[in-house]
Design a protein around this ligand. Sequence first.
Ligand SMILES: [Cu+2]
Length: 655
Amino acid sequence: MNLHVTSQTADGASGAAHPLDPLDALEIAKASSILRQHYPWGDDLRVETIDIAEPDKAAVRGHAPGDAFARIAHYNIYKRGQPGVQQGLIDLRAGTIISEHFNPEARAMVAVAEVLEIEATVKADARFQEALRHRGLIDYLDFMCIDPWTVGDFGHEIEKGRRVLNCFVWMRTFPLDNYYAHPVEGLHVLIDLSNLEVLKVEDHFAEKGDYIPVPVTPLNFDAEVLTSFRPPSAPLDVVQPHGAGFKVDGQRVTWENWDFRVGFNGREGLVLNTVGYTVGGRRRPVLYRASIAEMVVPYGSPERSHYRKNVFDSGEIGFGRMANSLKLGCDCLGVIHYFDAVVPDAFGNPRTIENCICLHEEDAGLSWKHFDVRTERTEVRRARKLVISSISTIGNYEYAFYWYLHQDGRIEYEMKATGIINTAACHPGDPGRYGAEVAPGIVGHIHQHLFSARLDVEIDGPNNTVVECDTIAPPAGPENPYGNAFLVEETVLPTETRAMRDVDFDRMRYWKVINRQAKNWLGGPTGYKLEARSPVKPFTHPDSPSGRRSRFIQHQLWVTPFDPAERFPAGEFVNQSTGEDGIEAWTRKDRPIEDADIVLWHTFGLHHLPRPEDHPVQTCVVCGFALAPIGFFDQNPVIDLPSQTNEASSCAHCA
Ligand SMILES: [Cu+2]
């Protein structure tokens, strides 16, 4: 990042080395200053997004080091106190706005700075204080923790034309206490985020007075508060005495046969750009771009205000904006290269998230082995992988993103979910039908975490085709005389509506992306297989208020022809969306997707009825997928791994 800043050009545009490089701090500051001149809103100007508007693929593919290239910023801004989002493009080199469009129905994503203002406002509200008084909790006013949640679109009159959030309440019992262990059940505050007006304070139990008591058992995780620890384990160090095996040049990374560029933006967070694998001296493209483009967490409880919980932590809040600064030796072990990331704050100032993206190598166990019984020779190779990761905190929860590149051409993705489950209070022993009691008087409601991986593939070039592969057993009879027969049947997915596909255990279904112009040594198309490892059956009704907004969850695979405007599967503006925009609307066009520049959208995730062991903090629960070469290489691509013995390994029981 330092290199970036020092190599800036005199006009204040960046020293970006490549058209896909994320905007740096200077570029974000320049964009903000252009916006402030253009929109006469003074202190009321708020910035949701300033990020790189990615140039045409042809320009990127044709780019050579040293070539001049455009720097265009995409922006979403809004005026405090008014709904709607102003969207546009800025030519950073020319210093001009080149397009603008006002979306009156759009609601900007929610910024942390806004959320932090809410707590004080709610606590000062007389209706809120009155509700606490009724519950005998007014003495704890200072200890109340007010978490606003996005509301979706349930057609409530009071919310129309406003930018609103619905607050849930927890409380501390001492300053470092884990407040999520003390939910104040049934007390909600609806607030207009634009002007911080408290619209409604609702206590579901006020009428009958049949309050669920606040569970008060302390359940903590802060090392300052915990009193007993197990003895530390024996040291386990990741040591690379000669340094890491990767090379980093700006945003470009090369490792083993792989090369790619690290991207980042405030909404998606980590992005991998132009991922290619070099074999026999020839660089072969695999992915043009890969990101987690959306996610939603639908909760299953229709009780009280819990029915509203259907949150899009990416599209409503922003994984990138909420990314952590990672700590060496804690978040990441080994020989680490960190990338900083820069996002705009709510006022358009560049905010650098230091050590935001972690790059390192890990041992990946056994790669391959064979013992030849006749020669009594053993050949064994170990594998290693390159890990590219970042971690985002969204309220009570953490999402840790891990991309893995393997030496053998596989690409894996893991989403590790950790942090604190969303807690509610229940009468001890009676969590109701829609959740599980995780601690006395604390219920974790059933929910799912569904992610959409946007995989802009370019297997051996831009024109790719998706093939569905089903295993079938012919009916017993002449075609299957011994009853043992089974085989794979392949079906090309020709258009968008024919490519809305689900996993099928009965057919051991998988999908592969092939390039029919590129042939392997067997004469077949080269390709990559999508391994859907974490399919999730959605239970949210697709036509319900929450389901309409998250139709991408209804299928594990969607395929669209590349359109630069189609970036987010739940639509460009998700906060309080009604569901008209997004992948279901796009695919209705039923465009052809054969031998075309296509994008795969893979829905995967977690199905989660919380366990007591998920509380007070959940150990990482993992979901993900993999892309594995299938006929991409002519043979095992790591047959050429050198035969080595790890000299640092030692015998634990030998004298
Ligand atoms: Cu969960």
